[in-house]
Design a protein around this ligand. Sequence first.
Ligand SMILES: *Cc1c(COP(=O)(O)O)cnc(C)c1O
Length: 398
Amino acid sequence: MSTEALKRDAAQYLMQTYTRQPLSIVRGSGTKVYDLEGREYLDFVGGIAVNVLGHGHPDLVQAIQRQAAQLIHTSNLYYTEPQVKLAQMLVEHSFADKVFFCNSGAEANEAAIKLARRYSHDKYGAGRYEIVTMKNSFHGRTFATLTATGQAKVQKDYEPLLQGFSYVAFNNFEELERAVTDKTAAVLLEPIQGEGGVHVAEREYLKQVRDLCSKKDVLLMFDEIQTGMGRTGTMFAYEQLGVQPDIMTLAKGLGGGVPIGACLATDSVAKAFSPGSHASTFGGNPLACAAGLAVCRALLEGHVLDHGRQMGEYFAKGLSDCQSRHRVVKEVRGLGLLQGMEVEMDAKVVVSECLDRGVLINGAGEHVLRFVPSLIITQLEIDRLLDTLEQVFSKQAA
Ligand SMILES: *Cc1c(COP(=O)(O)O)cnc(C)c1O
């Protein structure tokens, strides 16, 4: 089958929810992917911050193969070892005491929102259910999470939305302080807004938010779906930002490409959930959790996390050097291997110019390029991406 034929059949059989690049990927290895015609691409998209170990990492492949042969799924009517072990691993390396598993980022945020409402309801009764979120945020596409998402384009034409959400400007403490009332149950934010254009929360702001939440017993919830799993140079971004949340959500990198999400919380919050309060048929199934365990082990024991941190520093420096040479580059933002570059040109043009040169990147908004490669990326590969950007920006300037 050719890419053209695939494109035609996709138009016929798939609901048209995505704008896709004219490219069909059939195989991946490390930081490279290959299309139907056998052409190689250097992958700086990493399945949108998912493939933290790259493609075909032997430990991840072996863990999935072994678990698939042994047991793929049984439901949560029974105990399974991979689920408990992955929960233990996450607890031992984070602020959290308890984990709930699901299958995606949106579901992890659904769990967080339900947990926050339940916690508040148990402690303070009905009426204290509001959740304050940030403008320009992204929390998912289910009803609760698109309501939580502070972007009109995600909510448009789906009204009525869920009740009990309000929105404030990111990194603006005064606005948040005014928005937190005696009806507020929780504040939800991304330590780095990913989809929203790679905006990093300021340390001082987060400290003020944490203090306010603690004082009012309002839960602080961090959506680390994109920033978690070593993406920013530490296992979770909050570790570098000087504050701990009460609830944290994970997905994207957690399974290295196998769908899995998680909602983590402290004991005092997690006990608001009791048997029957929340559930998921597939949540935490042995296959997904075996993948999650392999990812955690590679990050923590296999030194992928340390390597990723070093590469993140190298990359950030390279991007700001690039900025100093090209007027079209307005700003470079990010942490670790979640980097954004704001450009004074259509991001889509840069994406397709890079594609023509065999490099996959992706945009976050009209004028921001987002780079979220696998954590096994090398200096040479970063240099190749930087060279490609040089070519594209020089051509633009000419
Ligand atoms: C991707 C993402 C989500 C949504 O995850 P899905 O798995 O697509 O539901 C939520 N929050 C953040 C910060 C994300 O980056």
